[in-house]
Design a protein around this ligand. Sequence first.
Ligand SMILES: *[C@@H]1O[C@H](CO)[C@@H](O)[C@H](O)[C@H]1NC(C)=O
Length: 171
Amino acid sequence: MNVSWFFSFTFLLLIHKVSAQSVPVEGIIGQTVILPCSLKQRPQTVFWRYRDDRTVCDFLRGKADFSDQDEAYKGRVEIFSSEIEKGNFSIMLSNVKKSDEGTYTCIATNLIPLTVELTVKEREEKQTTTEREAKRITPTSTAPPNGESTRRANGLLTFLLGCALLYSLAF
Ligand SMILES: *[C@@H]1O[C@H](CO)[C@@H](O)[C@H](O)[C@H]1NC(C)=O
């Protein structure tokens, strides 16, 4: 494999990771998955979007509204009405499909949008040892997005990013 191609790819991947700061969530085909969105405030209006434009679910005046919902999500999204008053606008997506993979954004006025990165796996897929190893040594995938650990992870990513950039320029 071409080395410079590999490093350019790594570079792009890192840029994506650093800018997104999203919560990784893993779903399994045919099952349900919770997309978390817990806010400090309790806004009345919250929008859930897929890849920034498709409507997954809206909360208007504190109630779920499915009138603008994208066809792909019809009948597959449930909300937790008793959680709303706590500022928890998490939703549950059922019958998860491979095509559901991607970035979901939970948007509330005057608040920084929260993003969830959904990956979808086959049912009963056996985890290889390397995958498990990779998980253990990747701090960003398990660490909660709190200030200190995020900052430290950012420092490391920025460093790796610099290395990748230098490397890809050198070839
Ligand atoms: C929000 O609600 C969901 C669904 O009940 C729950 O799984 C999740 O733990 C809640 N999050 C918080 C931060 O309470």
